[in-house]
Design a protein around this ligand. Structure first.
Ligand code: SF4
Ligand code: SF4
Length: 300
């Protein structure tokens, strides 16, 4: 399975830009247990996970998000954009999915978005004059996949419904918007620091660690979130995930929606002032050193 095109990754990296289709477009496809190529697409995987995929899988396996990430995934940086991503880790020294069995997918009811979409690819697009994204799709044809030869026609919307995708796409929408925003923010925002990559990783993928952070005193010292709201968020993983996207919009793009405590604002202002003073002093020292060197040069 070529994930760059087909894994439901919101941002296919394939150089082959497929034809964009809308949900009403009819396709010919059927995948079933009796098909000759059964499991072929799970033998060579490159599957990006959404935050909701991780939530579903870690629940199914009875793991914390931290344990799931360590055992079953590989982190990566989404090409050129400096955004943290997570992929399913294949079997040791192989390319097959760890969840593949002779009978098929062992986590079928909670399989990731990308597996559900295949052979359709979701393309989330955002035009400059639009705030929200529009979904378009592409059809991926790979030689090993014989499902395209099966005599069944249905629209992409019908296929999405059959695969349970509305339930998966909706909770991950805020995550896709963050990525699109980063991708379209251009060079002025620039590549995020290691710290913001780590923050993005924790908030989007390591939900249990993000919950600890929201529950911590250090979070409370900085953010003025009403206590009742905080408790509701901490008690509901889906709400926590959505709150995480809101938190990242504030931290990464300055879209203020969580009030900051006055003391935290003052301390931040103080830190910025100190940083500015330090930068000015370093610049002055560098200038003095350069001038000194320039004066020495003629006599060398
Ligand atoms: S999660 Fe299931 S459907 Fe997806 S690649 Fe693995 S075995 Fe195949
Ligand atoms: S028809 Fe395609 S999606 Fe289904 S098992 Fe075969 S290769 Fe995989």
């Amino acid at each position: 399975m070529d994930a760059s095109q087909a894994q439901g990754s919101p941002f296919p990296a394939s150089p082959v830009m497929p034809q964009m289709l809308d949900g009403g477009k009819e396709i010919q496809f059927r995948c079933h247990e009796g098909i000759t190529c059964f499991n072929a697409c799970c033998k060579s995987i490159d599957i990006s996970l959404t935050p909701y995929d991780i939530l579903r899988l870690k629940r199914r396996l009875g793991l914390t998000s931290t344990e799931f990430l360590e055992r079953y995934t590989l982190p990566y940086e989404m090409e050129k954009d400096g955004i943290a991503g997570v992929k399913l880790r294949p079997v040791e020294e192989g390319t097959a999915c760890r969840f593949m069995t002779d009978e098929g997918c062992s986590v079928y009811g909670d399989r990731p978005t990308a597996c559900r979409y295949y052979p359709v690819a979701l393309l989330s697009l955002r035009r400059q004059d639009e705030y929200t994204e529009r979904d378009s799709y592409a059809l991926v044809r790979e030689d090993h996949c014989l499902g395209h030869r099966e005599p069944r026609r249905l629209t992409i919307d019908e296929y999405r419904a059959e695969q349970g995708l509305p339930e998966y796409d909706e909770p991950a929408r805020g995550w896709r918007q963050l990525i699109l925003k980063k991708k379209s923010s251009g060079p002025t925002v620039g590549k995020p620091s290691r710290r913001s990559l780590q923050l993005f990783f924790m908030t989007c993928y390591d939900l249990d660690r993000f919950r600890d952070f929201v529950a911590s005193d250090s979070f409370r010292e900085v953010f003025e979130l009403p206590e009742a709201e905080r408790e509701e968020i901490l008690a509901d993983e889906l709400r926590l995930m959505q709150f995480g996207f809101r938190f990242l919009r504030q931290v990464l793009f300055g879209e203020m929606s969580i009030p900051l405590r006055e003391e935290a604002v003052a301390a931040r202002r103080e830190r910025l002032k100190e940083k500015l003073v330090r930068l000015e002093r370093e610049a002055a020292e560098r200038l003095a050193r350069d001038e000194e060197l320039a004066e020495q040069e003629p006599g060398d």
